[in-house]
Structures are given as C-alpha cells and as structure tokens.
Design a protein around this ligand. Structure first.
Ligand code: SF4
Ligand code: SF4
Length: 395
C-alpha cells in the first residue's frame, strides 16, 4: 500500500498557525479512514517528562490541546489522553504543562495506563505476544502523537518508538535487559509493538525538534513542520529522510522484514534539514553487521558508545541509578559511578537524567573505524551511507 504522508508548515505553536497546520495533516487521514463522527478516540502523546515551561522532551502542550479540539470538532464522541511516563504520571505532566483545566473544560480525560494484557503479535519475528497497555482496545481509534527527537539508542525517536510507552513502566527495564544489549533486537521489538497496535492516526511534532543529547536533554532545533499519516512506519520513513537520517536501524530492520511501506509525501514538504545526532550507538548497528551473540557481548566494550558523566552538570539526584535496568550505576559521594562491564548500553540513565549530565561517548576503536570509513568513502567518492529505502515520492 502506498501511504500519503502529509506535511504542513507552522512557524510556531500559536493557535492561529498551529490549528490550520493540524487541519492540513489530518485532512487526508480523516478522509481515508472515513472520519471519526461518534467515535471514541484515544490520544497517546509522548510525555517523557516536563521539567520546565520550555521543555522539549514532550509533545508541545498546544499540539495536545489543539489535536483534542480538532477530533472533537470532527465529531468524536469521546477523546481521552493515555500515557505512562516513567517518572511522573500523565495527569501530573498535563497539570505541569498548564493545560489540565482547558482539557477538563473540553471534557477530555487523562490517565496512566493500568490495564496490561498479553496481546498476540501479528507477523512477529521477536515475540509471540507482548504485555501491553490494552486500553486502546476500548477505543475506536488511536492518535499516536510523537515528538521528533534524537535518541542515543535508536538515533531518532519518532512515531514507532512512541509506542514503547504502551509497555508497562516497571517492565521497560526488563525489556531493556532482555533485548537492550542488541540494538537490532530492540528495533525488532519496537516493530512488533507497531504491528500489534497499528494506530489509525499518527502525528509528528517537528515544529521544535530535539537534537544532540536526546531524547531527554538535547537542544532545540527548529524545523517548523508537522507531519501526519495513517501508518506510523511510513511516517517515520518519510520524516527520517526529511530530518537527514534515512539509514535508521528501525527502517533497515523493517525493510529486511518486508514490512516497510511505500509512501508519498504531500502538502507543504519541508527542505531536508539534518538534525545534529548523538554519538552513534555502535559500529555494528551503524554498519548493519550481524555477529553471533557471544561475539557481540565480547566486542561490546569496544564498538558501542559508553555512557559518560559530566560531573559539573550532575546534581546527584540519583534518578539514573533508579532507572538503570541491570543496576550498573551507584551513587558514590553523591555522583553516579558506572560499572561498565555490567552496562548493557541501553542509555536509560542518559534518557532520564534531568540535567543532561550523561552522554553516550564513542570508544577509541569506534573513532578509528570512523576515520577509516571516511577515508574509504573519500577514496571511492561516496559521501553518503546506503539508504535502506529509496521508494519515496514527493508530490
Ligand atoms: S547524572 Fe543526572 S540523573 Fe544521575 S544523579 Fe546526576 S543529575 Fe541525577
Ligand atoms: S549505566 Fe546507563 S547505559 Fe549502562 S545499563 Fe545502566 S542505564 Fe543502561
């Protein structure tokens, strides 16, 4: 199937600019799905954490409010916001954002996921079934609202990665432990979640993206657009090209599994404008090399970026210690100390640090390999890495 990815530009989040842009990106989605009149709609925004009024770790509050209004105006019988942030609760984040009263006036409820059930995965390669928040089954449609951010482990977090929020908070650590050592497996697990949930509506907030040390502590990068599609993966493939990272591991795995959809870009298509990326997670995933698990484990210390602390930024809050799945961190004299041989390079510590005090850093073999790779490219006159897909069209 050839999905339409709709783009719309907006200079900022002011309602006068945002609402028309939202109408443009949802017009095709509402048309092709037959509309939402009388339907119950669940919004699943990325609500990672809200620490100050300019925080860019979450979907912008105005996007959440205006999307809820748009679906109500389109005739939805009910709109509810559900999410499961790792540290705060969904209602407390919406309260901190200052939009809870407005949502209440609109009769839009908010809650954390609580109803976890084992659900079968269609076309799975990784798991027969997954324990996921099952509330979405009580709704007629899901609106998956992602923020465009860099991500230490997956390079970018877009619509498919946003669905990881349906995994039980307490089990995310176990999942990182189970598959986090192998980034390709983690990408496959994300694809399994996508195949299970298949949100009917998808929206990407790329008005102000996050680049650098994402997904929690990067810097703002203005790209000034929204994108929407009825398919999360098609939207990710299109947006990854637009944001200058078409060689995402997630897309490569999807292509290998034969599930990467064709897409066509429509509307106000922005110029390609690459985000500044975090250090790549590792040479193996960068080069698409697959090694036997035992060899991977041995080589991990050499070819996968290590988490590194900036003690000047650290306030000793201990959140990284709490979020570390294999407990490879402990506080010593008020600062975290890494047990690197035990570290699975999942970067949960980096994701949740409120001060951006942890960053992935390339190892020396990685730097040498990169220099070698650049030299080979220069020698053979190839400047770009292979693209896992090249089927997109712009209209
Ligand atoms: S590194 Fe970040 S999360 Fe860990 S103790 Fe320091 S400030 Fe807190
Ligand atoms: S130290 Fe950080 S990267 Fe290593 S396992 Fe713990 S949370 Fe993951």
């Amino acid at each position: 199937m050839n999905f339409k990815v709709s783009y719309a530009k907006t200079a900022d989040y002011a309602t006068a600019n945002l609402r028309p842009a939202l109408e443009k990106v949802f017009a095709e989605q509402l048309r092709s799905t037959g509309g939402v009149s009388g339907k119950r709609i669940m919004l699943k925004p990325n609500l990672l954490a809200w620490r100050h009024k300019e925080d860019i770790a979450c979907v912008h509050p105005a996007v959440i409010v205006e999307t809820a209004k748009l679906f109500l105006d389109a005739g939805a019988a009910k709109v509810a916001i559900l999410e499961n942030p790792a540290v705060q609760t969904a209602p407390s984040i919406l309260h901190s954002m200052g939009i809870d009263a407005e949502l209440k006036k609109l009769n839009v409820s908010s809650a954390n996921f609580t109803d976890y059930r084992r659900l079968p995965v269609p076309d799975r390669v990784q798991f027969h079934n997954l324990e996921l928040a099952a509330e979405y089954l009580d709704f007629d449609a899901v609106v998956n609202i992602a923020k465009a951010k860099t991500h230490a482990m997956m390079t970018l977090t877009l619509c498919v990665k946003n669905l990881f929020g349906l995994v039980k908070g307490s089990e995310r650590m176990g999942w990182h432990l189970a598959v986090g050592k192998d980034f390709a497996k983690f990408a496959d697990m994300l694809l399994d979640i996508y195949l299970t949930v298949r949100p009917q509506f998808n929206l990407l907030d790329a008005v102000v993206c996050m680049e650098g040390n994402g997904p929690g502590s990067g810097t703002p990068a203005i790209r000034g657009f929204l994108a929407g599609c009825t398919d999360s993966l098609a939207l990710d493939a299109s947006a990854a090209e637009t944001l200058g990272v078409p060689e995402l591991l997630l897309l490569r795995n999807a292509a290998e599994r034969g599930i990467l959809p064709e897409f066509e870009n429509t509307g106000e298509i922005p110029e390609k404008n690459p985000l500044k990326l975090p250090d790549p997670p590792g040479i193996l995933s960068e080069w698409g090399v697959t090694l036997p698990p035992i060899l991977k484990n041995v080589m991990r210390d050499f070819v996968v970026s290590k988490p590194k602390l900036d003690p000047n930024l650290c306030i000793g809050c201990g959140l990284c210690v709490k979020m570390c799945p294999p407990q490879s961190l402990k506080l010593v004299n008020g600062k975290p100390v890494f047990d690197l041989p035990n570290c699975i390079r999942c970067y949960c510590c980096q994701e949740h640090c409120p001060k951006g005090a942890i960053v992935p850093r390339k190892t020396m073999p990685m730097k040498l390999a990169e220099t070698f790779e650049d030299a080979v490219r220069a020698l053979f006159g190839t400047n770009t890495k292979p693209n896992p897909r090249s089927a997109s069209k712009n209209t």
